[in-house]
Design a protein around this ligand. Structure first.
Ligand SMILES: NC(=O)c1ccc[n+]([C@@H]2O[C@H](COP(=O)([O-])OP(=O)(O)OC[C@H]3O[C@@H](n4cnc5c(N)ncnc54)[C@H](OP(=O)(O)O)[C@@H]3O)[C@@H](O)[C@H]2O)c1
Length: 524
């Protein structure tokens, strides 16, 4: 058989194995929920997997002045002991990481605290051989992001940008990289403003806007599935695909985060970032490489190709909902407005469904239906490609009522895997046709637990690989898409909230969104 040489897009970027340079990791918001549940376990996992460089130390920075090095180390060991993300408890690794962990207290608005931080980091540099390299992970409320960057600049803690890879580590100046949490802004104007504030003091190559969905193995597998296999890409277009469904469903409610959720709602929390990331990975054109520039150029291009929803069309293309009381996982559940600290007349949407249209040659006429909600029947994140029916069924007298058409389901969580649904003949003398599944399960095939997305993304930042982080034009393009809907909804409070029961699959209006096109949501 003839062999062919092919360009391998994975040679760079997503799998690129750049060396991890020595660095100090400073966590702003070190006593917060994200640090406890995700960041500390992720750093521990990296240590346990021997992926941290020998030159490494960590400084937690937050307001709580009752916390000190000792109690921060206790927080670290508690987080490691209780986190479901931790793969293996190793006392020696924990002891070593603890010894390299420090805490500093202060208010992030106070310049004095930055002087103290600067002195502390300078003191730790020679001790751990971190060579002046710094990663500042901003895990604070979004309102502080811009201020913290300015304070870091004013305190002289931001080294000039140096394009990664241009010089060897030995020659390049110490790096300053900032990881900034989502949501990045709360609308297009504030995202633009935040970009301007950050880019005043940092190069784009120093800003790592995190969306942890891109750190998930199964999300990265969408790229491998599409671009490392020859058979799917030829049918990945309007000729074969009828429509696409993206579901990010949660069964949990707001879990005590009332003030955060009242401010945010489902569109800012999930649709603007996670759901649109999934859409862009499914819809983007093939990339020539996974170099951060090539990859993000393509991702942004497809988001910009999504047709903006005109204010007068919002009701035709978007549906909002809020859960009322219901029954979920065997127990009664209160409605959103009955949750502690939620206003009894709150208009915050806990559910949203959108119909997006991608205006390019590949996807003309193929709607992308996207939905997300809290307190839905099941926790599931899934992308479904619904293929067109066969043009002619030659089985005249066959019973084909159970034939659904070909579906390719990419399951992101839980039960990670891929299912292809196709028609098969039911054994027996008559011609009966039924849909059956061909299944690939991650767990069953690879038999190992996923690394947490934060682990992957912190490591990428240490290597200076930005492929899986958002660029300024990417976040702005995503906000530009949903801004008109948020504006229209803010101007017209919902008259029918709550409009779905906890434990259901959302409001009837979301079913109508598809029914009007002669389609229905896939039953999950
Ligand atoms: N939690 C999650 O699962 C999650 C998921 C995705 C994204 N995020 C994002 O991650 C960020 C952090 O979320 P979180 O849930 O961890 O929030 P959080 O629990 O409220 O933690 C915020 C942290 O910042 C500190 N802080 C706030 N204002 C401060 C100030 N002026 N000076 C010094 N410290 C201050 C807090 O200290 P005090 O405790 O003393 O107030 C706390 O340590 C947010 O941007 C959020 O959107 C969180």
């Amino acid at each position: 058989m003839a062999t062919t040489t092919i360009e391998n897009p994975f040679a760079q970027g997503v799998t690129q194995d750049r060396a991890t340079q020595p660095a100090q990791l400073v966590i702003f918001g070190a006593t917060g929920d994200l640090t406890k549940r995700k960041l500390l376990p992720a750093v521990y996992n990296l240590a346990q997997a021997q992926l941290l460089p020998p030159g490494f130390c960590m400084v937690g920075f937050s307001r709580d002045d009752s916390c000190n090095d000792e109690t921060f180390r206790k927080r670290l060991s508690d987080a490691v002991a209780t986190s479901g993300d931790v793969r293996e408890q190793d006392a020696a690794v924990l002891a070593d990481l603890s010894a390299r962990s420090y805490y500093l207290s202060g208010d992030f608005h106070d310049p004095q605290c930055y002087a103290q931080l600067k002195a502390k980091l300078a003191e730790l540099d020679p001790k751990y051989g971190t060579a002046g390299n710094r990663i500042f992970y901003i895990a604070t409320p979004a309102s502080l992001f811009g201020d913290i960057v300015q304070q870091l600049h004013d305190a002289g803690m931001i080294n000039p940008s140096s394009v990664v890879g241009q010089a060897s580590p030995a020659q390049s100046p110490p790096f300053t990289r900032i990881i900034v949490e989502k949501p990045f802004g709360r609308d297009l104007a504030s995202a633009k403003q935040l970009n301007t504030e950050m880019l005043r003091y940092l190069g784009e190559d120093q800003i790592y806007r995190i969306d942890h969905y891109l750190g998930k193995e199964t999300v990265q597998n969408i790229l491998v599935f599409r671009f490392a296999n020859g058979v799917f890409e030829p049918i990945w277009n309007r000729r074969y695909v009828d429509h696409v469904q993206i579901t990010v469903a949660e069964s949990l409610g707001i879990e005590g985060r009332a003030s955060f959720y009242e401010e945010t709602g489902v569109v800012r929390d999930v649709i603007q970032n996670h759901a649109l990331q999934l859409l862009s990975l499914v819809a983007m054109e093939p990339v020539t490489s996974f170099d951060a520039t090539d990859f993000r150029d393509e991702k942004v291009r497809v988001v910009k190709a999504v047709r903006p929803i005109a204010p007068q069309d919002v009701d035709k293309f978007a549906v909002r909902g809020q859960y009322g009381p219901g029954f979920i996982t065997g127990a009664d559940a209160v409605g959103y407005r009955q949750e502690p600290e939620i206003a009894p007349d709150s208009a915050t949407p806990t559910y949203a469904a959108f119909k997006f249209v991608v205006d390019n040659w590949r996807w003309a006429g193929v709607p992308f239906y996207v939905r997300s909600g809290k307190r839905l029947a099941k926790r599931v994140t899934e992308i479904v490609m619904q293929f067109k029916q066969a043009p002619h069924l030659p089985f005249r007298n066959a019973q084909i009522s159970e034939l659904e058409g070909n579906i390719l389901a990419l399951r992101i969580q839980p039960d990670e895997g891929i299912t292809l649904k196709f028609g098969a003949k039911v054994p027996g003398p008559s011609m009966r046709i039924r849909s059956v599944n061909m299944d690939f399960g991650y767990g069953a095939t690879f038999g190992r637990e996923d690394s947490s997305p934060y682990e992957r993304l912190i490591l990428d930042c240490m290597k200076g690989v930005q492929t899986l982080f958002d660029r300024s034009d990417g976040v702005e393009a995503a906000w530009a898409l949903i801004d008109p809907v948020l504006t229209a909804w803010a101007a017209k409070p919902p008259a029918n909230f709550p409009n779905y029961a906890a434990g259901s699959w959302g409001p009837p209006e979301a079913d109508k969104l598809l029914a009007d096109d002669g389609r229905e949501w896939r039953r999950l």
